[in-house]
Design a binder for this molecule. Sequence first.
Ligand code: GLY
Length: 570
Amino acid sequence: MAKQYYVMKKIIILLFVSLLLIQCKIKPTPEIVKIGLIADSAMVVSARQEASAIGVAILIKGGNAFDAMIATDLALVVAYPFAGNIGGGGFTVYRTKDGKVGSFDYREKAPLAATRDMYLDENGDVIPNKSTLGALAIGVPGTVAGLFMIHKKFGTLPFSELIQPAIDLARRGVVVTKRQARGMNKYRKYFEEANKRTIFLDKEWNEGDTIKYLKLAETFERIRDNGRYEFYKGKTADILVNYVQNLGGIITLEDLEEYEAKERDPIVFNYKNARIISMSPPASGGICIAQILKSIEPFDIGQYKHNSIEYIQLITEAERRSYADRAYFLGDPDFNNIPIDSLSSSTYNNKRMQNFSWDNATKSSDVSHGNIEIIESDQTTHYSIIDQFGNAIAVTNTLNGAFGSKVFVEEGGFFLNNEMDDLSAKPGEPNMFGLIGAEANAIEPEKRMLSSMTPTIVEQNGKLKMVLGSPGGSTIITSVLQNILNVIEYDMGMQESVSQTRFHHQWMPDDIKFEPKFDTITFAELRSKGYKIDQSNSRILGKVDAILVLPDGRLEGGADPRGDDKAVGF
Ligand code: GLY
């Protein structure tokens, strides 16, 4: 009887997921809900319904979170070419069902032929767009190496079964959402500038159009048949290098052959009764979150109303100090000695906060120097997975800008990143996120660029509590931070948390950015204390996809209403 019930339950779940996959073609934009999806056992929350459903289908097949991660990742390459990629890189933080934690780094690297001054003119000034648009902006991609490394360590289903749903999706086609149509039309002139031709130039896109990615399906089939070799040494490597070099790029077959993903020790620290596991350098997210939380810990922030003046002041001042340190100390750990323990210690951060005053803003120029403007771009993507066995995985991947360098390898069917802009084209000058880097992040061959990505897992009282992360360039760190506080300090549910309006400060420029809908305070009092306010019209800060473990063990998804994001679970 119990067995019959189990089989029936499995059939119903399969029908439900199939329905979701079919629905993806008919109704691309899911409704925004106030309370997140609640599931008994397992969940995937990602930027696209197709990808979440494909991840869950793998779990239902008996795969674990790592299997589901690979299938979800590859589905995002098809359904979310804005940021989902095989031509970029990313970071993954995990916690296994028995509490072991770890992380994978498959960040892009500078090509062997990269030089310190490659983006400067004869006067030593940064040449506009050279590190962001076109073939010279591309770093050596890491995603495929990362997926195979993860599969080798933790995968339980054959890779061929994990890539097949993405192949089928690419052949069947993806229905364009309103947001996607807007994005693809907006970047049209850059596609023209960066490429000889791309399928994205075929027409002006409308919501409801279907795009088929037949060349990408062929690339996936070759990867399915030839494994990791295909991308780094096989036909796909030849296609990539030829295309990029014809456009004036410097990536070679040797660059691809030499690329290796790495396992890294994650940043692990305590905040009150929570234990936080986040990404280590070359991602800055883990250290920055540790610094900010350690800075505010003695102030017991929970006593202040959520998003009140005091709350904003305290977080802003901690962020100011942390982002100043980020600019100076952080870079690729294979090229730099980074004082991780000191930077994330209570002693150091409490000392940094000694000159904080409730009466007046600290001037960023007193913390360090610079005077710059941020140009927003948030074309990274994050997804969170918890499986039915209790494994948890937080994954943030990126092409950097929207559609990366805008270089679309026509024959391979995929975009390439513009991650070289995350290295410091000129130490001391801001990149496209307004972030300043120092010598630690100066361009060197084979160096990994400093990232803001912050895939994070939170434990409370020794148990898995939350999996989260965000896109958003420099705003990733502050978006993740606010969601940790929403849950740990303000007891919010996951959907409630991700739906809250957010604010952001990053040391330089010396202002606080607020989302347009942020209305819990009037800004007069902050201004009177010397804070500059930026509430530009279309700004969104991050797009957090997260999962919360409820007290009864069930899971609540938080799919950010700022995008087409979707939680699917069972
Ligand atoms: N490219 C965005 C980041 O890595 O932070």
